[in-house]
Write a protein that binds this ligand. Structure first.
Ligand code: NAP
Length: 411
């Protein structure tokens, strides 16, 4: 971890050896194997072959045990393929769960990149720059910024050859940083859709949502989007042993638009019922949506404050505890309980994904959607695998000053 910031031809007989690659996750052009490059000096050949490195795993387990850095080369783009250079790729909890083998969407294992065993490239989100395009490419040009249309494409790598159809072009990158674009498609889209699609909102400024995991990337996005749409928010965080640190964290969330911030302990306390009554003017202001990132007791406690007829959406299980619900919430209060998975949503609604991404980026450009705190891990050509693995390892532990992100240097 380097710093904490807020926020972002076929080769004929040639005189030199060029590593021949067949990295082509999306089309099959050649049967030649990619040559391992781990110990080689980085060089882009004059024949257009890109040398690349990828964090791969060939079996499931803890990232530090199963991730390895695989070097290979990528042949010049052809057909509808483009070659892209990653700029930023976040380290999300789901990426780690995927490496551990406990996530429902598995990385596709293959020997396409020339690994000795079938391997998957880790990472699901990020922004890249197009560096070359095949002759059949219609929608992208060199220099364009792109994000992945879906998850599962393996973004923890310096370069990738990929079909243009799998990428979403950022039409207007003016005023945006790679960090802002590279973290837009998972957390902000999740918060955006869960909030907007889970209730009939009046947009009158007197409606509430409640959430736990409020300090997460999704939670921070929800606070900011809610503020933009006039929704008041009650935000639950985990308390800190250091009360100065806790007060600072609460203030951070107030600064981005939270209406109220309480700890899990305060949520379980005796006074909270009266407090919430007071904040919602005796319940006249309805709490219409609950966002559950955590599960376990804090989620049960939160659900009890929802207004009749509201919806609680579960999108995470950070505490690894099951969600237990009193039957009365379903029977007498008619609260609906549902789940949301951004991967399924993106696959089902590609047009809506583009609109959602564009709207969040518009708000970002207008200064209404602030960068999440991040811990940058610079990834250059000489970066050691241990540095990269260390950046991944602490992701699920929590109590972190920011989300891990790989920031790729010119390689
Ligand atoms: N369903 C979907 O489509 C979808 C999309 C995006 C994310 N997610 C899920 O949402 C969750 C958050 O993701 P993210 O990327 O926003 O996270 P993130 O920015 O990496 O932050 C993780 C959050 O989890 C909290 N946390 C960690 N362990 C916890 C525990 N035992 N009890 C309570 N809170 C705990 C942390 O709280 P502290 O600040 O106190 O450490 C932190 O706020 C993950 O489970 C992720 O898989 C789901």
């Amino acid at each position: 971890m380097a710093s904490t910031t807020r926020v972002q031809q076929p080769l004929k007989a040639a005189t030199r050896t060029v590593i021949v690659s067949h990295t082509r996750p999306t089309c099959c052009r050649s049967s030649r194997r990619t040559q391992p490059l781990n110990n080689q000096r980085r060089a882009v050949s004059s024949y257009g072959y890109e040398q690349a490195k990828a964090l791969v795993y060939s079996k499931y387990g803890e990232p530090q045990d199963v991730l390895s850095l695989h070097g290979h080369s990528i042949s010049p783009a052809s057909g509808t393929n483009v070659v892209i250079r990653m700029l930023v790729a976040p380290i999300n909890p789901a990426d780690v769960n995927q490496i551990q083998g406990v996530y429902p969407a598995k990385g596709e294992m293959s020997t396409t990149l020339g690994t000795s065993e079938p391997s998957a490239v880790a990472g699901n989100e990020g922004v890249a720059e197009v560096i070359s395009t095949g002759s059949g490419v219609k929608t992208l040009n060199k220099g364009d910024w792109v994000i992945m249309k879906s998850t599962g494409l393996g973004t923890w790598r310096t370069h990738m050859a990929i079909d243009e159809g799998k990428l979403l072009k950022i039409d207007d990158k003016q005023g945006l940083s790679p960090l802002q674009v590279g973290t837009v498609s998972v957390n902000p889209c999740t918060a955006y859709r869960m909030l907007l699609d889970s209730a009939k909102w009046g947009f009158r400024g007197d409606e509430w949502f409640v959430q736990n995991g409020a300090n997460s990337g999704v939670g921070r996005a929800a606070i900011q989007l809610g503020k933009e749409w006039g929704f008041k928010s009650l935000n639950v965080i985990r308390g800190r042993e250091d009360k100065t640190e806790e007060a600072k964290l609460k203030q951070d969330l107030y600064d981005i638009g939270a209406t109220k911030v309480i700890t899990e302990e305060e949520l379980m306390g005796r006074e909270i019922r009266d407090q919430i009554k007071e904040w919602t003017h005796g319940g006249r202001e309805q709490i219409k949506v609950g966002l559950n990132c955590v599960g376990g007791k804090p989620a049960t406690a939160l659900a009890k404050f929802l207004s009749p007829g509201s919806t609680m959406v579960t999108y995470g299980a950070m505490s690894k505890q099951p969600l237990t619900l009193p039957a009365s919430l379903l029977i007498f209060k008619e609260i609906g309980f549902s789940g949301f998975w951004v991967s399924k949503w993106s696959d089902r609604h590609p047009d809506q994904k583009k609109q959602t991404v564009e709207d969040v980026l518009r708000l970002t450009r207008e200064g209404k959607f602030k960068d999440i705190p991040v811990q940058e891990c610079k990834w250059g050509w000489k970066t050691e695998v241990d540095t990269l693995k260390a950046a991944v390892q602490g992701t699920l532990g929590g109590f972190r000053p920011g989300k891990g992100v790989f920031v790729f240097e010119e390689t």
